[in-house]
Design a protein around this ligand. Structure first.
Ligand code: PDD
Length: 284
């Protein structure tokens, strides 16, 4: 049985408890992070910790513990659960208080929960060998997608729509332009140029995105941060997504139209390779 972490305690998963009055449960008043683990070590922990701090501060929430303690908890869970390859999920909520739309007083202790998910072979090449097919759907989420909140109902509905259509994921579209995937950032490649939406409140500032764009620039690849349409994506040479759980994943079909020759492209393959190479070297 898994050992999970709740508010200072390591417990078997069936003994860990959060209040029914928790604001994460009642109001989705909480934020989260997902950090991948390869070879028992954390990928880009510092980036995830920094984004967590930003999400908390944007919502006026207290950090439950400092970054060093957070790292210790991540490592302890990896060790206790014997995780080689997998994910660590972390969630912070504004804590438990009688139901009221107004925030509880600032003394209310936040809730901190972490658990692991084992994913043997998470970075194995065969996971990216086929690539994903995606459908497009309207983006019906709230306006502050740069804050990593636990309001994941619409992304979850998007995944269900993709599944119903026989696809792997959905790209969300707003005002004619692609924002991002249900739980990943979206890219196209035209010639030698990588195109991905600029940062703003409309998308999550992916930790994998930041690393991949930095590595692409270091490898002298051209990067354009701007919006693009589904039509432009369908006419692109390649497409791919990035996230902590999928790294760099080729996209081979959008709304039934094959991208390029309909197989994973060389730029996505190269980026996946250099990203994973650096991620493993810098893992903590
Ligand atoms: N999702 N965009 C959205 C909407 C996301 O939910 C995520 C991450 C990303 C990619 O961010 P990063 O590279 O920092 O993982 C982009 C995580 C993996 C999840 O919800 O499981």
């Amino acid at each position: 049985m898994r050992t999970v972490y709740v508010n200072g305690e390591y417990l078997p998963e069936d003994q860990a408890k959060v209040s029914v009055f928790d604001r994460g449960f009642l109001f989705a008043d909480g934020v989260y992070e997902v950090t991948s683990v390869l070879g028992g070590k954390l990928i880009d922990f510092a980036g995830h910790a920094a984004r967590l701090a930003r999400s908390l501060s944007e919502l006026g929430m207290k950090a439950p513990v400092d970054t060093d303690t957070l790292l210790e908890i991540h490592r302890e869970l990896i060790a206790r659960n014997g995780i080689e390859d997998g994910l660590v999920y972390l969630q912070v909520t504004r804590g438990a208080a009688d139901r009221d739309f107004l925030y509880p007083d600032a003394e209310t202790p936040p809730t901190l929960v972490l658990f692991t998910q084992a994913k043997p072979g998470l970075a194995e090449p065969d996971r990216a060998a086929k690539g994903w097919s995606v459908i497009s759907i309207p983006d019906r989420r709230w306006g502050r997608r740069d804050i990593k909140t636990v309001q994941l109902l619409y992304p979850s509905m998007g995944k269900m729509m993709a599944k119903a259509a026989g696809a792997d994921d959905a790209w969300m579209v707003e005002d004619g332009a692609v924002t991002e995937g249900t739980s990943n950032n979206a890219y196209i490649v035209k010639g030698d140029t990588i195109i991905t939406r600029h940062l703003g409140e409309e998308i999550l500032h992916g930790i994998t995105r930041a690393a991949v764009l930095r590595l692409a620039a270091e490898a002298q690849m051209k990067v354009e941060e701007r919006s693009f349409t589904i039509e432009e994506a369908q006419g692109a040479d390649e497409a791919f997504i990035t996230s902590a759980s999928s790294f760099v994943m080729p996209v081979v079909e959008i709304d039934g139209t094959p991208i390029g020759d309909g197989t994973p492209g060389p730029m996505a393959a190269r980026l996946r390779e250099i990203y994973l190479d650096e991620a493993r070297r810098k893992a903590v």
